[in-house]
Design a protein around this ligand. Structure first.
Ligand code: XMP
Length: 506
């Protein structure tokens, strides 16, 4: 495997994903929690950082521990830190170098640049530059502005690059990473979805033996893949619970339950609509809604789980981005929204926790799901928040409002599927606004609700752009909603990006 040491760059996870895309396993660790190195580690990558090596608070590690002992690749800050640590000089550059650049010089005899074309485009993002290199260091690539754009240490497999090979705009970044990971570090490209399934199933059998396991299914990709994987490993010892919190999409409970049963999973469907609606009565504050929905879920789940005799484990569909210990640059970040739906579940239940997907990125979960023959319609589902329609009703929640929103949402989503737009959109939904407006239907004055349509493009939900859906499509959806859903007489389209807006309205 490859170890990636995180100095806090926004791109660190992307390095991890790029290495994984080469079918090579890698792990991301904070720079100050350097793990024990054993023979499974074939090489190390030092990430970028928002800091300058000259800052007093800059993240530092002792490079003598690794340099020369195994292949090492410094990226951006990693490159500067290495030069700085071994006696070179890093200084502010005259102008911040940000954006596209081209490599005007490449030492093509060098392993790292094997097959990379002269003049290739790279992505730069740095304020400092290496003005003087330590002894023994050899420049292996330059741009017209940056003399020391890449270097290596003579006689060692130690390399550094000032640009970011992991970002899309570095057109031959993939080849460069492959040169490093495969040729220089000697990693085999055998980490595939099928091999992941095979090893994980075996590990789960060893770990769980004949114990009973309970898993909460949500209809989402992660919990579904976790369920099928566990089912493959332990069969009937897995019981799944799927709770209807009264805030799901139209027909979702029945549809999803059926598809789980088709896949052979042992699923208990729990209708807890009334409990959630009762407890949410009169509550308008978004964070309070989330807390109530999370708490109620835990209560319902706990009761159901304890009906299973001798259950020992709670399985969760946690994925890698949730467990990477992030290097926080500005201290604990402010809670914008509390997304963690069921944080307190394991503590409350006194069960051991098993998380079969905790090493995977989202796109890898989908590929593993495909290797497990899970239906494309399930794997391709848009993300849907745990609190469901509860945070898309921008006022207190009532069964009637849920029904109205379900109808409008179904029209939006189904039309999107009919028009072949569903897969172009990362996530979509309808918001029921606490606003009434005057309309006219036939000869009658109406005074009814407004809904907002939201459709975004994103890769991870962290940032998002509103999607430029065709006007004809929007016109059709608006018309259908107003004509078919009693209680709505106006439809608007949300054209805000995240940031500064968020995807959900609450
Ligand atoms: P925001 O609204 O913060 O949403 O831009 C980003 C992504 O997270 C989803 N989301 C949630 N998911 N529990 C969840 O499981 C939550 O409380 C929650 N709030 C937002 C949202 O749907 C989007 O995919």
């Amino acid at each position: 495997k490859i170890l990636i040491l995180d100095f806090g760059s926004q791109y660190t996870q992307l390095i991890g994903r790029r290495v994984r895309e080469l079918n090579v396993y890698c792990e991301i660790h904070p720079f100050n929690h350097f793990p024990e190195i054993d023979e499974s580690v074939k090489g190390v990558i030092l990430s970028g950082s928002p800091f300058s090596v000259r800052d007093e608070l800059a993240p530092r590690i002792d490079l003598d521990e690794i340099k020369g002992k195994m292949p090492l690749l410094g990226v951006c800050y990693g490159a500067q830190y290495m030069a700085h640590f071994f006696g070179g000089e890093v200084a502010p550059s005259d102008s911040r170098e940000y954006g596209r650049a081209n490599l005007k010089y490449i030492d093509q005899s060098n392993d790292l640049f094997k097959g990379i074309n002269l003049d290739t485009q790279v992505w730069m993002s740095h304020g400092d530059t290496i003005v003087q290199m330590p002894e023994n260091y050899k420049v292996i690539a330059s741009t017209s502005d940056v003399q020391n754009a890449a270097y290596k240490i003579e006689g060692e497999t130690t390399y550094a690059i000032q640009f970011h090979p992991e970002v899309y705009h570095t057109t031959e970044g993939r080849e460069l990473l492959k040169n490093y990971v495969v040729d220089i570090c000697g990693c085999k490209q055998d980490w595939t979805p099928a091999s992941f399934v095979e090893t994980t199933v075996k590990e789960l059998r060893d770990q769980l033996g004949n114990d009973k396991v309970v898993l909460g299914l949500s209809g989402g990709v992660d919990s579904s893949v976790a369920g099928v994987l566990l089912h493959k490993a332990i069969g009937k010892n897995l019981t799944c619970i799927f709770v209807d919190n009264g805030l799901l999409r139209k027909n979702e409970f029945e549809d999803v339950l059926d598809s789980y049963k088709d896949m052979g999973l042992n699923v208990i469907g729990v209708d807890a609509k009334e409990k959630f609606w009762n407890d949410l009565k009169g509550v308008t504050e978004p964070e309070q809604k989330r807390k109530i929905i999370g708490r109620d879920f835990i209560e319902v789940f706990d009761v159901e789980a304890h009906k299973i005799q001798d259950v020992k484990w709670l399985a969760q569909g946690t994925i890698y981005p949730d467990v990477i210990e992030s290097v926080s640059v500005n201290g604990p970040s402010a809670t914008i929204k509390s997304h963690h739906n069921v944080g307190g579940l394991p503590e409350k239940m006194h069960l051991k926790v098993v998380e079969p997907l905790k090493l995977l990125f989202k796109d890898e979960v989908r590929r593993v799901g495909k290797a497990l023959d899970i239906k494309a319609s399930l794997l391709g589902r848009h993300p849907f928040p745990g609190p469901g329609l509860g945070i898309r009703i921008l006022s207190d929640i009532t069964p009637e409002k849920v029904r109205i929103l379900q109808e409008a949402d179904a029209i939006f989503i189904n039309t999107m599927k009919e028009w072949g737009l569903y897969d172009d959109v990362w996530q979509a939904g309808v918001m029921l606004l606490p606003v009434q407006s005057v309309g006219v239907m036939g000869d009658e004055r109406t005074y009814e609700n407004v809904v907002a349509l939201r459709a975004v493009a994103s890769t991870d939900g962290m940032t998002a752009d509103w999607v430029h859906l065709p006007y004809d499509f929007l016109a059709k959806v608006s018309n259908d909603i107003i004509n078919k859903v009693r209680g709505i007489n106006r439809v608007v389209y949300d054209i805000s990006s995240k940031p500064p807006a968020t995807i959900e309205w609450e």
